[in-house]
Design a protein around this ligand. Structure first.
Ligand code: SAM
Length: 247
Protein backbone atom coordinates (compact mmCIF):
# COMPACT_ATOMS: atom_id res chain seq x y z
CA UNK A 1 0.00 0.00 0.00
CA UNK A 2 1.52 3.28 -1.13
CA UNK A 3 -0.04 6.72 -0.76
CA UNK A 4 0.65 10.24 -1.96
CA UNK A 5 0.05 12.94 0.64
CA UNK A 6 0.26 16.72 0.50
CA UNK A 7 1.37 16.81 4.13
CA UNK A 8 4.92 16.91 5.45
CA UNK A 9 6.54 13.57 6.20
CA UNK A 10 8.86 13.31 9.20
CA UNK A 11 9.24 10.93 12.14
CA UNK A 12 6.47 11.51 14.66
CA UNK A 13 4.53 13.85 12.35
CA UNK A 14 0.81 13.07 12.27
CA UNK A 15 -0.33 12.74 8.64
CA UNK A 16 -4.09 13.08 8.09
CA UNK A 17 -5.69 10.82 5.47
CA UNK A 18 -8.20 12.15 2.98
CA UNK A 19 -11.69 10.62 3.05
CA UNK A 20 -10.85 8.72 -0.16
CA UNK A 21 -7.62 7.36 1.27
CA UNK A 22 -9.39 6.24 4.46
CA UNK A 23 -12.05 4.53 2.34
CA UNK A 24 -9.40 2.84 0.18
CA UNK A 25 -7.40 1.57 3.14
CA UNK A 26 -10.40 0.46 5.19
CA UNK A 27 -12.81 -0.93 2.62
CA UNK A 28 -10.68 -1.87 -0.38
CA UNK A 29 -7.42 -2.99 1.26
CA UNK A 30 -9.11 -4.10 4.53
CA UNK A 31 -6.27 -2.41 6.41
CA UNK A 32 -6.39 -1.83 10.17
CA UNK A 33 -4.58 0.49 12.62
CA UNK A 34 -1.01 -0.74 13.04
CA UNK A 35 -0.65 -1.86 9.41
CA UNK A 36 2.29 -0.51 7.40
CA UNK A 37 1.83 1.96 4.52
CA UNK A 38 4.42 3.61 2.34
CA UNK A 39 3.97 7.37 1.81
CA UNK A 40 5.53 10.13 -0.34
CA UNK A 41 4.82 13.80 -0.98
CA UNK A 42 7.31 14.84 -3.69
CA UNK A 43 9.49 16.68 -1.12
CA UNK A 44 10.51 14.41 1.75
CA UNK A 45 11.36 11.14 -0.02
CA UNK A 46 9.49 7.95 0.79
CA UNK A 47 8.51 6.91 4.30
CA UNK A 48 7.37 3.73 5.95
CA UNK A 49 4.39 4.71 8.06
CA UNK A 50 1.90 2.99 10.33
CA UNK A 51 -1.82 3.52 10.25
CA UNK A 52 -2.41 5.29 13.54
CA UNK A 53 -6.18 5.67 13.31
CA UNK A 54 -8.73 4.61 10.71
CA UNK A 55 -12.46 5.15 10.71
CA UNK A 56 -15.16 5.80 8.15
CA UNK A 57 -13.89 8.73 6.04
CA UNK A 58 -10.93 9.69 8.25
CA UNK A 59 -7.66 8.49 9.69
CA UNK A 60 -4.02 9.29 10.30
CA UNK A 61 -0.63 7.86 9.46
CA UNK A 62 2.46 8.03 11.61
CA UNK A 63 5.76 7.98 9.61
CA UNK A 64 8.41 5.76 11.25
CA UNK A 65 11.47 5.90 8.99
CA UNK A 66 12.55 7.26 5.65
CA UNK A 67 13.07 4.43 3.14
CA UNK A 68 14.20 6.56 0.13
CA UNK A 69 15.68 10.01 -0.07
CA UNK A 70 14.01 12.58 -2.31
CA UNK A 71 15.51 12.78 -5.78
CA UNK A 72 14.44 14.81 -8.79
CA UNK A 73 12.72 12.96 -11.62
CA UNK A 74 13.68 15.05 -14.65
CA UNK A 75 11.74 13.42 -17.48
CA UNK A 76 10.39 15.37 -20.45
CA UNK A 77 7.19 17.40 -20.34
CA UNK A 78 4.36 15.82 -22.27
CA UNK A 79 2.10 18.27 -24.12
CA UNK A 80 -0.89 16.75 -25.83
CA UNK A 81 -4.03 17.76 -27.65
CA UNK A 82 -6.82 16.36 -25.45
CA UNK A 83 -8.48 13.21 -26.75
CA UNK A 84 -11.53 11.19 -25.65
CA UNK A 85 -11.89 10.24 -22.01
CA UNK A 86 -10.89 6.55 -22.08
CA UNK A 87 -7.74 6.97 -24.19
CA UNK A 88 -6.85 10.14 -22.26
CA UNK A 89 -7.05 8.30 -18.91
CA UNK A 90 -4.84 5.56 -20.34
CA UNK A 91 -2.35 8.02 -21.81
CA UNK A 92 -2.02 10.01 -18.59
CA UNK A 93 -1.56 6.93 -16.39
CA UNK A 94 1.09 5.48 -18.70
CA UNK A 95 2.85 8.82 -19.19
CA UNK A 96 3.29 9.02 -15.41
CA UNK A 97 4.76 5.50 -15.40
CA UNK A 98 7.06 6.46 -18.27
CA UNK A 99 8.46 9.41 -16.35
CA UNK A 100 6.84 12.53 -17.81
CA UNK A 101 7.67 15.42 -15.48
CA UNK A 102 4.77 17.63 -16.61
CA UNK A 103 1.42 16.98 -18.31
CA UNK A 104 -0.03 19.85 -20.30
CA UNK A 105 -3.22 19.76 -22.41
CA UNK A 106 -2.83 21.99 -25.48
CA UNK A 107 -5.89 23.14 -27.43
CA UNK A 108 -5.15 22.93 -31.16
CA UNK A 109 -7.37 23.88 -34.11
CA UNK A 110 -8.62 20.34 -34.60
CA UNK A 111 -8.98 19.43 -30.91
CA UNK A 112 -12.54 18.17 -30.53
CA UNK A 113 -12.46 16.48 -27.13
CA UNK A 114 -14.40 19.16 -25.20
CA UNK A 115 -13.64 20.26 -21.66
CA UNK A 116 -10.69 18.58 -19.96
CA UNK A 117 -11.66 17.18 -16.57
CA UNK A 118 -8.64 18.28 -14.54
CA UNK A 119 -9.83 16.58 -11.32
CA UNK A 120 -9.93 13.29 -13.18
CA UNK A 121 -6.48 13.90 -14.68
CA UNK A 122 -5.12 14.70 -11.20
CA UNK A 123 -6.65 11.52 -9.72
CA UNK A 124 -5.17 9.41 -12.54
CA UNK A 125 -1.79 11.06 -12.03
CA UNK A 126 -1.73 10.35 -8.30
CA UNK A 127 -2.91 6.75 -8.70
CA UNK A 128 -0.24 6.01 -11.31
CA UNK A 129 2.54 7.66 -9.28
CA UNK A 130 1.54 5.64 -6.21
CA UNK A 131 1.52 2.43 -8.22
CA UNK A 132 4.82 2.91 -10.08
CA UNK A 133 6.81 4.05 -7.02
CA UNK A 134 7.65 7.52 -8.29
CA UNK A 135 8.79 10.04 -5.70
CA UNK A 136 7.17 12.99 -7.47
CA UNK A 137 3.92 13.79 -9.23
CA UNK A 138 4.21 15.35 -12.67
CA UNK A 139 3.29 19.01 -12.79
CA UNK A 140 -0.29 19.07 -14.08
CA UNK A 141 -0.85 22.26 -16.11
CA UNK A 142 -4.13 23.90 -17.00
CA UNK A 143 -5.19 23.58 -20.66
CA UNK A 144 -3.73 26.30 -22.86
CA UNK A 145 -4.13 27.42 -26.47
CA UNK A 146 -1.51 26.11 -28.89
CA UNK A 147 -0.36 29.58 -29.97
CA UNK A 148 -0.11 30.81 -26.36
CA UNK A 149 2.03 27.82 -25.41
CA UNK A 150 4.44 28.46 -28.28
CA UNK A 151 4.51 32.25 -27.76
CA UNK A 152 5.58 31.79 -24.12
CA UNK A 153 7.88 28.82 -24.57
CA UNK A 154 11.06 28.63 -22.40
CA UNK A 155 13.76 28.88 -25.07
CA UNK A 156 16.16 26.50 -23.31
CA UNK A 157 13.71 23.56 -23.53
CA UNK A 158 13.72 21.62 -26.80
CA UNK A 159 10.26 20.69 -28.07
CA UNK A 160 9.91 17.43 -30.03
CA UNK A 161 6.74 17.72 -32.09
CA UNK A 162 5.38 14.40 -33.35
CA UNK A 163 4.37 14.84 -37.00
CA UNK A 164 2.91 11.87 -38.83
CA UNK A 165 3.25 12.93 -42.48
CA UNK A 166 5.81 14.62 -44.69
CA UNK A 167 9.59 14.56 -44.78
CA UNK A 168 10.22 14.50 -41.04
CA UNK A 169 13.38 13.04 -39.44
CA UNK A 170 12.98 9.89 -37.36
CA UNK A 171 12.80 10.50 -33.61
CA UNK A 172 15.65 8.05 -32.95
CA UNK A 173 18.02 9.94 -35.23
CA UNK A 174 17.00 13.36 -33.82
CA UNK A 175 17.78 12.19 -30.29
CA UNK A 176 21.24 10.87 -31.13
CA UNK A 177 24.10 13.07 -29.87
CA UNK A 178 21.75 15.40 -28.01
CA UNK A 179 23.21 14.90 -24.53
CA UNK A 180 24.03 18.65 -24.35
CA UNK A 181 20.36 19.67 -24.12
CA UNK A 182 19.13 19.38 -20.55
CA UNK A 183 15.42 20.12 -20.87
CA UNK A 184 12.97 18.46 -23.24
CA UNK A 185 9.30 18.33 -24.08
CA UNK A 186 7.15 16.22 -26.42
CA UNK A 187 4.00 17.43 -28.20
CA UNK A 188 1.40 15.23 -29.89
CA UNK A 189 -1.58 16.36 -31.92
CA UNK A 190 -5.29 15.53 -31.86
CA UNK A 191 -7.00 12.67 -33.72
CA UNK A 192 -7.31 14.96 -36.76
CA UNK A 193 -3.62 15.89 -36.62
CA UNK A 194 -2.14 19.42 -36.62
CA UNK A 195 -3.54 21.87 -39.17
CA UNK A 196 -1.29 23.07 -42.04
CA UNK A 197 -0.97 26.54 -40.46
CA UNK A 198 0.02 25.01 -37.09
CA UNK A 199 2.69 22.92 -38.79
CA UNK A 200 3.90 25.96 -40.70
CA UNK A 201 4.19 27.96 -37.46
CA UNK A 202 6.20 25.13 -35.84
CA UNK A 203 8.87 24.81 -38.46
CA UNK A 204 9.91 28.44 -37.99
CA UNK A 205 10.63 28.09 -34.25
CA UNK A 206 14.25 27.50 -33.16
CA UNK A 207 13.34 25.35 -30.16
CA UNK A 208 11.20 22.92 -32.19
CA UNK A 209 12.33 19.59 -33.68
CA UNK A 210 9.62 17.86 -35.73
CA UNK A 211 9.99 14.09 -35.35
CA UNK A 212 8.51 11.03 -37.03
CA UNK A 213 7.57 7.85 -35.19
CA UNK A 214 7.71 5.74 -38.31
CA UNK A 215 5.53 5.10 -41.35
CA UNK A 216 2.40 3.94 -39.52
CA UNK A 217 -0.21 6.47 -38.35
CA UNK A 218 -0.49 5.94 -34.60
CA UNK A 219 -3.42 6.82 -32.39
CA UNK A 220 -2.62 10.01 -30.47
CA UNK A 221 -2.17 8.12 -27.17
CA UNK A 222 0.11 5.55 -28.81
CA UNK A 223 2.22 8.34 -30.31
CA UNK A 224 2.62 10.12 -26.96
CA UNK A 225 3.66 6.94 -25.15
CA UNK A 226 5.95 5.77 -27.97
CA UNK A 227 7.69 9.15 -27.95
CA UNK A 228 8.24 8.94 -24.19
CA UNK A 229 9.71 5.45 -24.60
CA UNK A 230 12.08 6.69 -27.35
CA UNK A 231 13.18 9.58 -25.17
CA UNK A 232 13.79 7.34 -22.12
CA UNK A 233 15.85 4.93 -24.25
CA UNK A 234 17.96 7.65 -25.89
CA UNK A 235 18.41 10.24 -23.14
CA UNK A 236 16.58 9.19 -20.01
CA UNK A 237 16.79 6.58 -17.30
CA UNK A 238 16.45 3.63 -19.69
CA UNK A 239 19.89 4.61 -20.94
CA UNK A 240 21.71 3.89 -17.64
CA UNK A 241 21.52 1.28 -14.87
CA UNK A 242 18.74 1.76 -12.33
CA UNK A 243 19.68 1.80 -8.65
CA UNK A 244 18.89 -1.52 -6.93
CA UNK A 245 15.38 -1.61 -5.40
CA UNK A 246 14.38 -3.35 -2.20
CA UNK A 247 10.99 -5.07 -1.83
N1 SAM B 1 -5.55 12.34 -38.74
C1 SAM B 1 -4.14 12.26 -38.95
C2 SAM B 1 -3.80 11.66 -40.29
O1 SAM B 1 -4.52 10.77 -40.70
O2 SAM B 1 -2.82 12.07 -40.86
C3 SAM B 1 -3.54 11.38 -37.86
C4 SAM B 1 -3.37 12.05 -36.57
S1 SAM B 1 -2.72 10.96 -35.34
C5 SAM B 1 -4.08 9.94 -35.03
C6 SAM B 1 -2.65 11.93 -33.89
C7 SAM B 1 -1.28 12.47 -33.53
O3 SAM B 1 -0.38 11.39 -33.23
C8 SAM B 1 -0.58 13.25 -34.62
O4 SAM B 1 -0.99 14.61 -34.65
C9 SAM B 1 0.88 13.11 -34.24
O5 SAM B 1 1.25 14.04 -33.24
C10 SAM B 1 0.93 11.71 -33.64
N2 SAM B 1 1.36 10.67 -34.60
C11 SAM B 1 0.66 9.64 -35.06
N3 SAM B 1 1.38 8.86 -35.86
C12 SAM B 1 2.61 9.41 -35.91
C13 SAM B 1 3.83 9.08 -36.57
N4 SAM B 1 3.93 8.01 -37.33
N5 SAM B 1 4.89 9.89 -36.39
C14 SAM B 1 4.81 10.99 -35.61
N6 SAM B 1 3.70 11.36 -34.96
C15 SAM B 1 2.61 10.58 -35.09
Amino acid sequence: MRLYTEHDLAAGQEVPLTANQAHYLRNVMRARPGDAVSAFNGRDGEWEARIEALSKGAGTLSPDRQTRKQTSEPGPWLLFAPIKRGPLDFMVQKAVELGASALWPVMTERTNAGRVNMERLAANTIEAAEQCERLTLPDLRAPEKYSTVLDNWPQDRQLLVCVERGAVPAMGSVLQHQAGIAAWAILTGPEGGFSPSELDQLTRLPFVSPVSLGPRILRAETAALAALVCWQCALGDWNRPSPPRTQ
